[in-house]
Design a protein around this ligand. Structure first.
Ligand code: SAH
Ligand code: SF4
Ligand code: F3S
Length: 477
């Protein structure tokens, strides 16, 4: 039976990947809504289920095929259910997805997200479709045909993809192979997009790219090739300033800068523009120069720490987070000891730590003979966690007693009488409120307690009520 027989068809998007993947999920949701679909509350009442995949690590594949297996029984019971597989794994393994799950209705690449709604409609009428645009031939105009952001619903935060793809070649990373070369979206279009979002009630934007500091390099080169006399400008810093200046925008975040390209102009923009949040996510990957060289990261541990110190010296109250990979092929105990030292010295507020996962097609996947035994990796992983938690707890304890501005996200999942929000440093804060405050409200909260991954506090004052309607969330897994 078609769950839509008595009303508009309903969709559900499940996001498996990074913030860019999440942004694509929002665009897919927005396009489906523009086509008349409405959000489903669960898989039970969904007529279209979109799996927006990721392939950064191996377990991402396993999760997708596990989920597809379970969706097959749903589809057997309800043949009208449409299953869409999009995202990086679809881009990379289109044939495998089709072969392993022939019942999938639409396989959609990362560079034709804008076609999502049309493909769903076409597949409904004419049967399964696979459409993957080659990353090497995609451009901004094809991928973002509308000048305005497509959103799935109102809310106080929004992602803005400023750059597609990556021109680096980190030995472990599959992203350049699936997301293609770096393409910067036009500066004016991005500012216009942020203005439109602000007019829609958004107060916080996160600028997204794999290497945001090189934003605009391709635009400058293209302008030069066209004969324009343009000077090379640190366009990313300009973009931070321009988006921070948009009326109604209270917070600008971005992710990720590459340590080798973190420029003084970016640090200056962070220091000088009050809207740009005092949070730097600076992926370290390893503290060993030998491993960093094998990874082709383009910096040494010393250089990394110098840049971090420069950022801390200029930006008031800077929170620093990172990504670290444990068990890169050939990582010795000595290499890992350097990672622990650098992590301790960097004094991170938090870190995403990953067990190295070989990705076929990457340079590191050819180094299987240097694989670090799983039990050694597991033990190192735990030791790294201890070091990071130590600095995280210390950084959080130092905040106790301070009054911080918190953007309310909603009731806490564990205790609905407690609200959850985020500070400019991206710290999660739980605090009771005598009156319910809507998501998007900015409040002053005094920090009373600190743990490794969150703060607790008490409400002092409401500084700005929410400006938007309540957002319908995109389901994430
Ligand atoms: N462009 C960003 C990272 C994108 S991928 C940057 O350069 O910082 C997000 C994180 O996933 C990486 O920082 C890395 O820590 C991790 N990662 C990427 N490939 C991986 C792999 N093969 N195994 C384990 N972790 C990986
Ligand atoms: Fe991957 Fe490196 Fe590009 Fe980041 S900078 S996406 S880790 S290749
Ligand atoms: Fe995953 Fe693709 Fe992001 S591989 S991490 S969803 S760019």
């Amino acid at each position: 039976m078609d769950a839509a027989a008595d009303g508009p068809r309903r969709y559900l998007v499940r996001t498996f990947g990074c913030q860019m993947n999440e942004n694509d999920s929002e665009r897919i949701s927005g396009l489906l809504e523009a086509d008349g679909l409405t959000p489903a509350t669960s898989e039970d009442d969904a007529d279209v289920i979109v799996l927006n995949t990721c392939c950064i690590r191996e377990n991402a594949d396993n999760r997708l095929y596990g989920t597809l297996g379970h969706l097959k029984s749903r589809k057997d019971a309800r043949p009208d259910l449409q299953i869409v597989v999009g995202g990086c794994l679809a881009q990379k393994d289109r044939d495998q997805v089709r072969a392993r799950a022939p019942y999938v209705d639409v396989v959609l690449g990362t560079h034709n997200v804008h076609r999502a709604a049309e493909l769903v409609a076409q597949a409904r009428a004419g049967g399964p479709i696979t459409e993957i645009l080659d990353a090497a031939v995609a451009d901004d105009a094809t991928m973002f045909p509308s000048a305005l952001a497509t959103r799935s619903g109102p809310g106080h935060t929004a992602w803005v993809t400023i750059q597609i793809g990556c021109d680096n070649s980190c030995a472990f990373c599959i992203v350049p192979a699936v997301r293609g070369p770096e393409i910067s979206r036009p500066f004016d279009a991005l500012v216009a997009e942020v203005e439109a979002l602000a007019a829609d009630g958004v107060t916080e934007v996160t600028l997204l790219g794999q290497n945001v500091n090189s934003y605009g390099r391709d635009l400058t080169l293209a302008a030069r090739r066209a004969g324009d006399d343009v000077r090379v400008r640190p366009l990313f810093a300009d973009l931070l300033r321009a988006t921070g200046a948009v009326d109604g925008i209270r917070r600008v975040r971005y992710t990720s800068p590459h340590p080798k390209d973190l420029r003084p102009e970016t640090i200056a923009a962070m220091a000088e523009v009050p809207e740009v949040c005092s949070h730097l996510h600076l992926p370290l990957q390893s503290g060993s120069d030998r491993v960093l060289a094998a990874m082709h990261r383009g910096y040494t541990a010393e250089r990394y720490l110098e840049r971090l110190a420069a950022a801390r010296a200029e930006i008031d109250d800077l929170a620093v987070t990172t990504d670290i990979i444990v068990g890169f092929p050939g990582e010795t105990e000595e290499d890992f000891a350097r990672t622990l030292e650098v992590a301790a010295e960097a004094a991170y507020d938090s870190a995403y730590t990953f067990v190295y996962s070989p990705r076929p097609g990457t340079e590191a996947a050819e180094m299987a003979d240097q694989e670090v035994p799983a039990e050694v990796v597991a033990e190192r992983f735990d030791r790294l966690k201890v070091v990071v938690e130590r600095t995280a707890v210390a950084a959080h304890r130092a905040r106790v007693g301070r009054v911080e501005e918190v953007a309310v996200e909603g009731p806490s999942r564990k205790d609905p009488s407690v609200l959850t929000g985020r500070t400019a440093q991206n710290k999660l804060v739980h605090f009771p409120s005598p009156t319910p405050l809507r998501a998007g409200t900015y409040a002053q909260v005094r920090v009373t307690d600190a743990a490794a991954h969150h703060l607790r506090g008490e409400l002092v004052d409401v500084v700005a009520p929410a400006r938007h309607r309540t957002r319908i969330p995109v389901a994430a897994v």
